[in-house]
Design a protein around this ligand. Sequence first.
Ligand code: F3S
Length: 399
Amino acid sequence: MHITIEEKALLSGEAGPAAQKAMQILETLGRIYGAEKMIPVNSVQVSGVSYDNLGEAGLAWLSELADGGGKAQVFTTLNPAGMDVENYTALGIDETFAENQRRVLAVFEKLGIITTCSCTPYLFGNLPCFGEHIAWAESSAVCYANSVLGARSNREGGPSALAASLTGRTPAYGYHQDAYRQPTLHVEVKADVLTNPDFGALGKAIGDHVQADPAPRVPYITGIQSASLENLKSFCASIATYGGVALFHIPGITPESGAYHAPTKKLTFTQSELDQAKASLTNASAEEVDFVSLGCPHLSLREIQRIAQLLQGKHVSKEFWVTTSRPVKRMADRMGYTATIESAGVKFATDTCCVIAPIKGRFNALLTDSAKACYYAEAKNRFKTRLRSFDDVIKEALE
Ligand code: F3S
């Protein structure tokens, strides 16, 4: 791998021990994956923010980097944390956890990282351009950046994304290269795909099929007529979760699709297969639901506006979290949506989410519109699940 004079200086510790450690991580990764060189990145998104995941060992590692002079060299934001720093008491998060989570955020701040914590950083200014090389860690955001924005990122882990932030570089392999972005499988959809659960079910169906394939998984998907930003973020979360997919192309919708033709290897999904995939994400009855959450991935302002419209003058009967980023919440505050939603008995869980917050075993069954939330509700938090459309989630929460 070609290492520049500047990179050699980082490796020799000239810029301090944190930059040296970061460069060592990137060089090792580059050699493992056969990168020929490093490339500059302008945007980073770091995962591994919840104290629940990090523990004292993770926090000590971050502190060592901060004490070793580590500073973000490029615009860097964080993935969701374990709690909403402004509303954790209402969400049932205890003071011990809160104190530890604040310690984590303080170290990230010392590292020069912007401490808004979200899986949809593209909704508030961490928005890479077409063709831009970036180093993001959250799987749904990586899939969105590659597929919908046409930016170029591998699925970084927390440490490698942080190393990219501290050096402004990443090794040039995988999805940074043209060859890796070619579609490998034609997915023909012969079904109505309209709502977030429809897109989530499609992501699950494709994901279940490709997840055992060690080759790059880049579906070229035909049969989708239209998709909103919100549908696409939901789809990205699902296909990344169930299939490890970091890039797809949809003719007429995603920006790189025009550069390719449909591969000969083909899969077809019919309405009954998608209905089956959707049904498999519900194993709880309406009566069993005691927890409702919208915002996986984090909500857009348009979605919060819709919630406010549907809840105006009403009151929900169950614990109900709305999860979004702090900047989007601030806009909702200004527009009066927050006040309307909170007066309906719904809680904002800002900069966190129903998967990452430490709530394992606290509820019986989750009602959501997110296929990804269903996956982790069962796998991590041990909740039953009920998948419904965005509007139907709100309707059921009012019953
Ligand atoms: Fe985001 Fe949490 Fe879902 S990180 S994609 S809201 S699991």
